[in-house]
Design a protein around this ligand. Structure first.
Ligand SMILES: NC(=O)c1ccc[n+]([C@@H]2O[C@H](COP(=O)([O-])OP(=O)(O)OC[C@H]3O[C@@H](n4cnc5c(N)ncnc54)[C@H](O)[C@@H]3O)[C@@H](O)[C@H]2O)c1
Length: 255
């Protein structure tokens, strides 16, 4: 088998849509076997079938990343089917726009439980298997909003800042086990998360123009541009990277 991640086994959450789906397609093309997970079963099953149709190995598990017990089933599927886990991509996540003064504790906890608890639970569930196999690469989707603030996105910013520091602490703790942990910080990328927020907004075109204007390159990103970074972090090309922040944001945070 050839490819930049040939022979590796990757678990990808949030794989039914957007950045998770594109990462799955690209990791498969580069030789990885995949366990895909998502709440969205139909889209996830369809993607696994499409990937399997290209000759790569892919299996889908319906999975809520915020549910501790369900992680055991994901890990078991990977081990039963492929015998090991080399890569974990924590891409499942939810966006949110809500004024802080009006935010309920319930709403805050929902964002944190998926974006931050889900990442923690995944790392903790997968790391022992990775360590047993001699190490691996964990790739956590943070955001530019884990590095800079944005009005109306306090819970999302807090969750993604948490993912950033969780990744660094884990990188130090798990380096002796050969497990690398890095965070990825996309700018605004044209996925259902972003197009949905634009559609829901009262002035969608204006919001889109505003978002575009904040990227020095003058456009939103496309999923491939993040998936390329994820393939790099999954592969041995990034073997000396751990605890790093891979910022792929068209210059958003350069200003
Ligand atoms: N698109 C962007 O501009 C952007 C920018 C920065 C960071 N990110 C981050 O990248 C990741 C992927 O975003 P995307 O743009 O692909 O979003 P998306 O909405 O297209 O896909 C997210 C996927 O996560 C799944 N999901 C949501 N809650 C879940 C749960 N509890 N358990 C399991 N799966 C769940 C959804 O079903 C969906 O398939 C997210 O963590 C997001 O915060 C996205």
């Amino acid at each position: 088998m050839t490819g930049r991640v040939a022979g590796k086994v990757a678990v990808i959450t949030g794989a039914a849509s957007g950045l998770g789906a594109e990462s799955a397609r690209r990791l498969a093309r580069e030789g990885a076997a995949l366990v895909l997970s998502d709440l969205a079963a139909d889209a996830g099953e369809a993607l696994a079938e499409a990937i399997a149709g290209t000759g790569a190995e892919a299996v889908f598990v319906t999975h809520d990343v915020a549910d501790e017990a369900q992680w055991a089933a994901v890990v078991k599927t990977a081990v039963d089917r492929f015998g090991r886990i080399d890569v974990l991509v924590n891409s499942a996540g939810v966006g949110a726009g809500e004024p802080l003064m009006e935010m309920t504790l319930e709403s805050w906890r929902r964002i944190l439980s998926i974006n931050l608890d889900g990442t923690f639970l995944g790392m903790r569930a997968v790391a022992p298997v990775m360590a047993q196999g001699g190490g691996g690469s964990i790739i956590n989707l943070s955001s530019i909003l884990g590095k800079v603030g944005q009005p109306g996105a306090a819970a999302y910013c807090a969750s993604k800042g948490g993912v950033l520091m969780l990744s660094k602490a884990a990188a130090l703790e798990w380096a002796p086990a050969g497990i690398r942990v890095n965070s990825v910080h996309p700018g605004y990328i044209d996925t259902p998360m972003v197009s949905g927020a634009i559609q829901r907004s009262e002035n969608g075109n204006e919001l889109r123009d505003l978002l575009i204007s904040r990227h020095a390159l003058g456009r939103l990103g496309v999923p491939r541009e993040i998936a390329d970074g994820i393939v790099f972090l999954a592969s041995d090309e990034s073997s000396f990277m751990t605890g790093s922040e891979l910022v792929i944001d068209g210059g958003y945070t350069a200003a």
